[in-house]
Design a protein around this ligand. Structure first.
Ligand SMILES: [Zn+2]
Length: 359
């Protein structure tokens, strides 16, 4: 049983059903019950087992309850994950013990998966859905445990890239969702939508030049970082600027693309970026900030609080900006530490994204 509202779960289920001689029955997963015609069909089919493909968000708990009541609770199994890719991995894991071959199709639209599922079913092999250039850890696990060394990509590179075949794992957090702490914003990657604004902005409790607001996690991290600097040196640093809305970026944009970002393309609009200043103000927004006590301490310690120096020296051809020793970007301690240990300095290089020297 899969929802007919969208087809990622049905695609993987179709291949599995084909392999075991089963049928795929579609329901409107958003409804809380099943139509009489579907109940009648199921009675005619006399299934020993009814597998619900997808989480409760895809096929409602009302439908599950109706099936359990009509066919016996022990006959009904739900195979759902937290997203379509994890559901696909879960279904595959349930139905297949081993397989030399797996098919991959994009999980975003379904012409390739629809054609491929029939073929996969006929060959008795799984069909998994994937994002364009990577797979979730659950997919890596199931493909590895199946021993599937033959990985067939359905569709052109516009749908799936070669890195799916090599089971490249997707980043833990999205690089494109503006809500993600790993979102990469540059001259090639505007916020989407361009006037996006964070929902969890809070006032940063720290010394400042311009009243500071950041997303909650970044604000807490700045407060901890500034306190640690003060404790270890007896000196202070302050927030020069922090969150800037689309509208305020319109006012800040100078027309010089090497120094300021166009509205919708500024990391400050994410609520995760902060420009730091010394107290008293020294070398504000200037390369010599790198030589101040504050600049040196940040370069060595910011990662411990989840910040990276976003526009390093010598990386203008990648980031599109000159060296900005004052501009720090919150990405969380895990990624900041991993980047520090890897010696890769920019988000673009770390995640294998195209360089963004200009718009
Ligand atoms: Zn900045």
């Amino acid at each position: 049983m899969a929802t007919g509202r969208n087809f990622p779960d049905a695609a993987t289920a179709a291949a599995a059903a084909g392999a075991v001689g089963g049928a795929v029955v579609l329901v409107d997963g958003a409804k809380s019950s099943i139509p009489n015609a579907t109940t009648k069909l199921l009675r005619d089919l006399q299934p020993r087992r009814i597998v619900i493909a997808g989480s409760k968000a895809a096929v409602s708990s009302g439908i599950e309850k109706a099936l359990r009541t009509a066919f016996g609770s022990s006959a009904v199994v739900r195979l759902g994950g937290s997203d379509r890719y994890r559901t696909s991995a879960r279904i595959t894991d349930y139905f297949f013990d081993s397989s030399d071959t797996v098919f991959f199709a994009t999980g975003e639209k379904f012409p390739d998966a629809l054609a491929g599922a029939a073929l996969a079913g006929q060959f008795g092999v799984p069909l998994l859905t994937a994002q364009r250039s990577c797979v979730v850890p659950e997919t890596v696990d199931v493909v590895t445990s199946l021993g599937a060394t033959e990985r067939v990509l359905l569709g052109s590179t516009a749908s799936l890239r070669y890195t799916v075949r090599t089971l490249e794992e997707c980043p833990k957090h999205s690089l494109t969702d503006p809500n993600s702490i790993w979102v990469v914003v540059n001259k090639k990657r505007p916020l989407s939508p361009k006037d996006w604004a964070p929902k969890d902005l809070v006032r940063v409790n720290a010394p400042y030049v311009n009243t500071p607001y950041l997303r909650s996690a970044a604000a807490t991290a700045v407060e901890k970082m500034f306190a640690a600097y003060k404790k270890s040196t007896g000196k202070q640093m302050q927030v020069l600027s922090s969150y800037r809305s689309y509208a305020s970026q319109q006012a800040v944009y100078t027309g010089n693309d090497l120094l300021t970002a166009r509205p919708g393309y500024s990391e400050h609009q994410t609520g995760l970026a902060v420009d730091v200043d010394a107290v008293p103000r020294t070398c504000s927004l200037a390369p010599c900030f790198a030589d101040t006590s504050q600049g040196k301490w940040l370069a060595n310690n910011a990662y411990k609080y989840g910040f990276i120096l976003r526009y390093p020296s010598g990386k203008t051809s990648v980031t599109g900006y000159q060296f900005e020793p004052w501009h720090y970007r919150y990405v969380g301690v895990e990624l900041a530490t991993a980047m520090r240990n890897s010696s890769v300095k920019t988000l673009e290089e770390y995640f294998g994204l195209p360089a963004a020297p200009n718009y």
